[in-house]
Design a binder for this molecule. Structure first.
Ligand code: PBG
Length: 324
């Protein structure tokens, strides 16, 4: 047996390849700021910018032209609007809702819009849930997440993506959406989301890092666990999730594979901010060929069984894949 024989030619390597990566596999996360024609770079994420709503609309147009099926939007909220009750989360005129509406008005059904559901961009304690005496309240938080989901759906959001890790939120959100007439709004649950050290740059980008009190270990999962991820996913599917997500990405490909094999559901992975920052930092130092490392990392998600990847590299990767 000569395993090298088919590796001799480019055409033959292409013929043999088991997995493919295309722009249709990519979801582009975008950060929103107030203003018009405003862009701000995120220092811990070279190449990533926070954009005002009009530029988010433009970015959505780029995504559409590149063949990227969906964007995910995250707000960098004015600190003055952050309160202990996180009420800006369900203000129908908040920045996320304005961005969703603007993107949908401009691009209609040509691009999918995903909204994160969690209180951290709006909570003065930086937590995904309501905080009382240092504890994160579950059921009280879920009620607010339902209100947040409904205002986002009303703004035109296609996919509600709860990232909060409260128990029972998928069932409650599904019922809330249905009762408001949003039966066709999909739910992508961040089902297996770990209490990770890789979210730091994202918290800079949305401005929640500085305010976060303590850590998120009482609701996000312990990186030591894998069976627990299956229980999380089983529960979210039973409660009505259309799609499930694993987060972070590359350090958790074993979880992606187990979930895909066990549930055969549309399964996504989030290549999070810290993963992006690592590749960028090494590239800036001349220690890595960034483009090669990027495409290899994205292909690894496909090999592990992911149907798609949320990645800050989406436009760059799509451009390279389209030009190849
Ligand atoms: C918060 C949320 C986080 C991310 C997506 N939604 C951060 C957190 O849980 O603290 C992280 C994404 C990234 O690091 O790129 N609900």
């Amino acid at each position: 047996m000569r395993l090298r024989r088919p590796r001799q030619h480019d055409w033959s390597r292409r013929l043999m390849s088991e997995n493919t990566l295309t722009p249709s596999d990519l979801i582009w996360p975008l950060f929103i700021i107030e203003g018009e024609n405003q862009r701000e770079s995120v220092s811990s994420m070279p190449g990533v910018e926070r954009l005002s709503v009009d530029l988010i609309v433009e970015a959505a147009g780029q995504a559409k032209a590149l063949g990227i099926p969906a964007i995910a939007v995250f707000p960098n909220t004015d600190p003055a609007l952050k309160t202990p009750d996180a009420k800006e989360a369900f203000n129908p005129d908040n920045m996320v809702c304005r961005a969703v509406k603007a993107v949908k008005d401009a691009h209609g059904d040509d691009i999918g819009v995903i909204c994160d559901v969690a209180l951290d961009p709006y909570n003065s304690d930086g937590h995904d849930g309501l905080v009382q005496d240092g504890k994160i309240l579950n059921d009280e938080t879920v009620e607010l997440l339902c209100q947040q989901s409904v205002v986002q759906a009303r703004a035109g959001c296609d996919i509600i993506a709860p990232s909060d890790m409260m128990d029972g939120r998928i069932d409650a959100i599904r019922k809330a959406l249905d009762s408001e007439g949003f039966q066709n709004v999909q739910i992508l649950s961040y089902a297996a989301k770990y209490a990770s050290g890789f979210y730091g740059p994202f918290r800079d980008a949305v401005g929640s890092g500085g305010v976060l009190k303590g850590d998120k270990k009482t609701y996000q999962m312990d990186p030591a666990n894998t069976d627990e991820a299956l229980r999380e996913v089983a529960q979210d599917i039973a409660e009505g999730a259309d799609m499930v997500m694993v987060k972070p990405g590359l350090p958790y490909l074993d979880i992606v594979r187990r979930i895909k094999d066990t549930f055969a559901m549309p399964t996504y992975a989030y290549q999070v901010s810290g993963e992006y920052a690592m590749i960028e930092a090494a590239t800036q130092n001349g220690w890595l060929n960034g483009d090669a490392a990027m495409l290899e990392s994205l292909m690894a998600f496909k090999r592990a069984g992911a149907d798609g990847v949320l990645t800050y590299y989406a436009p760059k990767a799509a451009r390279m894949l389209n030009d190849a």
